[in-house]
Design a protein around this ligand. Sequence first.
Ligand SMILES: [Zn+2]
Length: 344
Amino acid sequence: MFDNEYMLSFLEDILNTPSPSGFTHLAIAKVKEQAEKMGYTTKLTPKGGLFIDVEGQDQSRKIALSAHVDTLGAMVRSITSSGTLKYTSIGGFNHNSVEGEYCKVFTRDGKIYTGTILTTKTSVHVFPDSGKQERKEQNMEVRLDEKVSNKKEVKKLGIQAGDFIVFDSRTEITEKQFIKSRHLDDKASVAIIMAVLKKMSEEGIKPLYDTTILISNYEEVGHGASFIPSDIEEMLALDMGAMGSDLETTEFDVSICAKDSSGPYDFNLTTHLVNLAKKNEIKYAIDIYPRYGSDASAALRAGSNIRAALIGPGVHASHALERTHLEGLVNTAKLVYAYLTEKE
Ligand SMILES: [Zn+2]
C-alpha cells in the first residue's frame, strides 16, 4: 500500500541529519525538498518550521497534521580548565542515556568537531566511585577528539558557549525490520507523513479537506506548533506512542492517545480514529500518557480553537536508545491515510 522502502530510506536519512531543537534547518530542508519533488507547495515559517499544503476535495474545512523534526540534543555551556566541555540539555533526557555516546559539536562559523559524552569520573582504574557518581549535568562532560588540554586551546578551535552538540543517532535497521535509533521521536512520524504524501501524489488522491501539514521544529522544548493558521479547525498530531508499565502500545501498533499532560484529547475525533482503525483492521492501542505533551498540546495551550487528537507509532525506550518496527510505521500510515480520505 505504501512505499515502505522509501519510508525507511527517508527515515534513515533524516535520522542521520542533525536537528536538535534550535538547529533544525538541515532536516527541514530535506523534508521541503522531498515534498516539493512530490509536487506539493511548501512554505517555511518565520521560526523555521515547514508548512506543506495539500489541496482537498472540499474547501469548506481546513485541517492540519503535524510531526516534529526537532530532537533532543545539547549546547555547550562552558569550557573547563582541562579542555573538556560542559553542556546544557536541549529537551528532557536522563544523562545516563547519553553517557558514552559519540557526538558532534557544530560551531557558529561552520566547523564540526567530534567528541564523546562521559562522566567526569569515567575510568574505573582511577575513581572508586565511578559507577555510583550521580549522572547529572554537573558531572558530565564532552571529551573532544582534539589535542587540547586547557580552555585557551579549545577556544582556539572556535568552540564557544552556545554551540550545538548533536548525539550520534546510531541508526540501524535490522533484518527483521526493527528500527533502532535515537530520535525516532518524532522523525518516525515525519517519515510516515512523507510516505502518505508520496502515495497520494503518485496516485492522484486528494484528501477530503484542504490539509496543512506542519513539520514543527521546537516540540521538544514545548512550543513546536504553538502557531497554526487561524482557519484550521482540526489538528491531528503525529508523535511517538510511549511503551512500558501498564501501557498497551507495542512497536507494532499505532498508538491513539486519549489523554496526556495537556488533558483529554477531543472525544469525537479520538473516537473517529478508533473507529477508522477498527474498520480498516489496523492494529492499534489506546493509551494515556501523563508524562507527555504533543504539538497539539502546544497549539491548544497557545490558544488555538481546534479539535485535536494524537496518534503515533509505538516507540520503546523513548528519549534514550529507542526502537520501533516497520509494522508500527505502516499501521500509523494506514490510519493517517484513512483519516485523510475516508468520510465519517
Ligand atoms: Zn515527540
